[in-house]
Design a protein around this ligand. Sequence first.
Ligand code: HEC
Length: 301
Amino acid sequence: MTNTLLMRTVAHKGARMTFGSLKGVAVATALTMALATSSAHAAGGGVTVEAQDWSFSGVTGHFDKAQLQRGFQVYKEVCSSCHGLKFLHWRNLGETGGPGFSEAEVKALAAAAEVQDGPDDEGEMFDRPGLPSDSMGSPFANDAAARASNNGALPPDLSLIAKARGVTRPGLPIAPLNWLRDIISGDETGGADYLYGLLTGYPENPPEGFVLSEGMNYNTVYEGHQIAMAAPLSDDAVEYSDGTPQTLQQHAKDVTAFLMWAAEPKLEERKSLGIRVMLYLLILSALLYLTKRSLWSRLKH
Ligand code: HEC
């Protein structure tokens, strides 16, 4: 199912509950109807974000390991100078369903980070190389230091950003269809679509007549269109070793996939469990039906 042309309205919101892979067969038909109807709608008012194709969307969605590794590289080489990932630990980078770095690679990545520890016997704090069990932390000692380096703006921690941002799509004419569509599609890639839109949404110049405050940058999808973060990515911002094209769009896609994994490292597990649960329920229903038939068949009409 591709819905690349679907335009969605951006909404800043907390993580939304998705029913993920528990998608009923019966409602699938309604989904097809609902999506068909919604793609005809251009987003009314507000900002629009274009839906992208993601390997992790849908019932059988999974992360592309090579993409996560490239995304991590983009995060490390570009974003990590301003943004932290404090809910992620170095060892997570080696877990299944993620970028899949080897144990030695994880150790080396952790060791390259300096971590403050202590106090030692003299009561002094000291720096030591990071361990796989350390949090990936934040580049700044505290929020005030982060603001001081960024013209007063706070670069948010990115651990959960892919879930903390999302989109709402234009309403369908029949209210229950919205409800069905949201359960089925879960809008679970809305956060990723938004992040991609944000990172690729820096036109050379703001539209004519738009008054930009000092030190701010125009962005097509950010709320109010003024963001303190300057365009962080460009073509060739990061050198890939696997021959993947080093375009701005590719960098944005890769880092977005990585941030999606960071926000939900167990996505693959959740989806495959969902499929198994659905299969189990289907088989159980068939068996119950057969049992019911054989029990009632003994009754004379
Ligand atoms: C030079 C510092 C700097 C770099 C490098 C940087 N950012 Fe930011 N970022 C900021 C600041 C500052 C803000 C807060 C913007 C504001 O409040 O207007 C921000 C905000 C954000 C937001 C939040 C947008 C929202 O909807 O609230 C995201 C997401 C983000 N950055 C992602 C990234 C990614 C991904 C990278 C790497 C490709 C990156 N940033 C690189 C400074 C930076």
